[in-house]
Ligand binder design. Structure first.
Ligand code: HEC
Length: 269
């Protein structure tokens, strides 16, 4: 009895549902009813749209004075001779610590044997592991510094080949193809003034140019400028180490490779 009445109620409910489903024609091409539309559509302004919230009616505001764009660092120098000298005093080569470490290490290794010898003889074995660990840490730091420097030099060699060789020539003598065709020849990089200049001054020349030497800041990031400075230093060191007849021979050798590979090997030792 109750069973059949329940069935009737369910059947009626089913009919009503089916009728409604067939009767209400949902247009699926149009959006449904939106509850709290602000959650779906953000009131944010487009970058270049008008904006009533600012006095100048712009959405995109100019940065406040002193803003530094991400990835850039300002240089506070003017393209003048005085500021080139100031840059020499104030800018330091980011590889200076690595060069200094290798220099200090060289001195330490000379001084080391004397204090080392007595404990080894007197058989104080307990102290040796400590000492060895210190040694190997120093050795690891030295290796890391050496790798950073030789990586920088090989980048610098490539940069020199692409951006400098055309004027300065393969050995830095100022005899590149551009200089040979009438461009004022640059002074020699290995024996000229630049050998006495500080790294920061070279950085200033590469950044702002000097006389008819073009500024290189647009072509070379700061890091790449330091790489080519390290490479020029290696060329200078190389030239200073080599005797005069040897330098005279070099230009006749393979033009692009000779300064690079020689300087690179020199540093890699
Ligand atoms: C378009 C030719 C040209 C190119 C390319 C060029 N230089 Fe120069 N460079 C010159 C000239 C010319 C001078 C001399 C400028 C002067 O003082 O009148 C010079 C000067 C220099 C000096 C100063 C030398 C001194 O004794 O005063 C350095 C250092 C230097 N260049 C390095 C470089 C490096 C590194 C590159 C590559 C990244 C490069 N140059 C690319 C033409 C060039």
């Amino acid at each position: 009895m109750t069973f059949s009445r329940t069935n009737v109620v369910l059947a009626v409910a089913l009919l009503i549902t089916a009728g409604l489903a067939a009767g209400i024609n949902v247009d699926l091409t149009r959006p449904n009813y939106e509850f709290l539309p602000e959650m779906k559509r953000s009131p944010a302004y487009d970058a270049f749209s008008q904006n009533p919230n600012f006095a100048n009616h712009r959405t995109l505001q100019t940065p406040v004075p002193g803003t530094i764009a991400r990835g850039t660092l300002p240089l506070h120098f003017a393209p003048t001779k005085e500021d080139a000298l100031r840059a020499g005093e104030q800018l330091s080569n980011p590889y200076a610590d690595d060069f200094a470490l290798l220099q200090i290490q060289a001195d330490v290794s000379i001084a080391e044997p004397t204090p080392d010898a007595p404990p080894a003889e007197s058989g104080l074995g307990a102290e040796n592991p400590e000492h060895d660990r210190g040694q190997s840490e120093q050795e690891a730091r030295r290796k890391a510094a050496q790798k950073r420097i030789s990586d920088s030099l090989s980048r610098g060699r490539e940069i020199y080949r692409v951006f400098c060789i055309s004027c300065h020539g393969p050995t830095g003598a100022g005899d590149g193809p551009v200089a040979k065709r009438g461009f004022p020849p640059p002074p020699p990089l290995t024996t000229g003034r630049s050998a006495q200049m500080k790294d920061g001054q070279l950085f200033h020349i590469l950044t702002y140019g000097q006389g008819s030497m073009p500024p290189m800041a647009a072509q070379l990031t700061r890091d790449r400028r330091w790489d080519v400075i390290n490479f020029v230093r290696a060329m200078q060191k190389n030239a200073a180490d080599t005797t005069a007849p040897a330098t005279a021979e070099t230009p006749t050798a393979e033009p692009a490779d000779s300064p690079g590979s020689r300087a690179g090997q020199e540093e890699a030792k």
